[in-house]
Write a protein that binds this ligand. Structure first.
Ligand SMILES: [Zn+2]
Ligand SMILES: [Zn+2]
Length: 399
């Protein structure tokens, strides 16, 4: 088969030797009951080193990026892309090798294959079928982006965020089912996140989210293991197989004591809620200002959110991001908080059925020290209840 694509672009490889691979830290990796590795993973993807960095080089606090970036060019039909979905319409198959230029100006949001995808998506001549891919990274890297150029979620009209989430759900669904059948597996690891701003890891600041879906039993890290193990632990401790802490929280009815005996001070930490979502400051924040968003109805994965949950999530995300903007603007310099942030969709792995209730974390960039790198640990100087009070007041002023 003839292939004109640069090696590794859109995750397309001609030579198995060039495929990204992963290594686990032998000193902190185990094999779990699903026969997948759990530990610290480093993935090596040399093609990622060739990514362009498209930023306006100044030290202003507000994120600003040029309006002629690569995503704007894709939308205008000046650069080719492998287009998987536009709004709620499916386009190419997730394992397609067809890239094309197309004017997408009539749409609101699209999903494309990541040009510098960190895993191999397609191999020519079907070498993907051979068994020696064991330590290679295979799967799909997706980018979900808005047609209009924005730098941050706070400035996007809610209706556009809604379309972004709809097109994301569609592209994830199609990619998951194609990977399941290609690799004949029920187990996939899905990492879904926003990097907002250069310091949060965005190489292009044009607002976008990403999904990495791994199909090679890459397993997961200790952080995911925590989230996936806790629901079962809670059920056992409460001696109640239908117990879910996030469901209890989401009712938002007065005092909640968690299964390990802590009063979660829920009322004090609540920032915003609508019919479907609850936005609170994190009880035990990883960084100052961290927000946590819960669906009120129990759902384990983003792809299982229904249309109403998606619509209401758009509103919750925009308001949560505005509240965080306001808090960071007023925070003392000694906190070293930046406006750049990551939004992490913490969810069950595909095929695990851990009982996990999906959680969305919004975490700003903040300087941290050795103890905090050494452990899932942090020393904070401000209580989340006080952060929440500032955020609630700031929302009253801006609305
Ligand atoms: Zn742009
Ligand atoms: Zn639940």
């Amino acid at each position: 088969m003839n292939c004109l694509v640069d090696e590794g672009h859109w995750g397309i490889y001609k030579n198995i030797e060039n495929m990204p691979l992963e290594r686990f830290d032998s000193f902190r990796t185990i094999i779990n009951e699903f026969n997948t590795k759990v530990g610290h993973i480093t993935q090596f993807s040399p093609v990622r080193g060739k990514r362009p960095f498209e930023h306006i080089d100044d030290k202003e606090e507000i994120i600003r990026s040029p309006k002629d970036d690569s995503f704007c060019k894709v939308v205008e039909g000046k650069l080719p892309a492998v287009l998987l979905s536009r709004d709620t319409i499916k386009c190419e198959d997730a394992l397609s090798i067809n890239s094309a230029k197309a004017d997408l100006g009539d749409h609101t949001a699209i999903s494309i294959v990541n040009l510098f995808t960190p895993m191999a998506r397609v191999l020519y001549d079907n070498v993907q079928q051979i068994t020696s891919i064991k330590d290679k990274s295979v799967g799909i890297g997706l980018v979900h982006l808005l047609v209009n150029h924005y730098d941050t979620l706070s400035e996007v009209p809610i209706s556009e965020v809604e379309q972004l989430l709809f097109t994301t759900r569609l592209a994830q669904n199609n990619s998951i089912s194609e990977l399941k059948s290609k690799y004949d597996t029920e187990k996939l690891t899905v990492l879904h996140f926003f990097n907002i701003g250069e310091e949060a890891g965005a190489s292009i600041c044009h607002l976008h989210s990403q999904t990495y879906i791994y199909a090679n039993e890459i397993g997961h890290g200790w952080t995911s293991l925590g989230f996936l193990s806790v629901p079962g632990f809670h059920k056992k401790l409460k001696n109640n197989m239908s117990y879910c802490l996030a469901c209890e929280l989401s009712k938002n009815e007065g005092k909640i004591i968690d299964p390990i005996g802590q009063d979660l001070l829920l009322k004090e930490r609540t920032i915003f809620e609508n019919d479907e979502w609850l936005v609170v400051t994190a009880f035990s924040p990883e960084r100052d200002g961290q927000l946590r968003i819960f669906p009120k109805r129990h759902v384990s994965q983003f792809i299982y959110l229904d249309d109403k949950q998606i619509s209401k999530l758009a509103e919750a995300l925009v308001i949560a991001n505005k509240a965080l903007d306001n808090f960071i603007k007023g925070a003392s310099y000694s906190m070293h908080l930046l406006q750049d942030r990551n939004i992490l969709f913490r969810q069950d792995n595909i095929g695990y059925d851990s009982g996990m209730h999906m959680i969305i974390d919004i975490i700003p960039i903040q300087r941290i020290g050795g103890a905090e790198i050494m452990e899932t640990y942090r020393i904070a100087t401000m209580f989340p209840e006080d952060v929440a009070m500032i955020m609630r007041e700031s929302l009253k002023e801006t609305n």
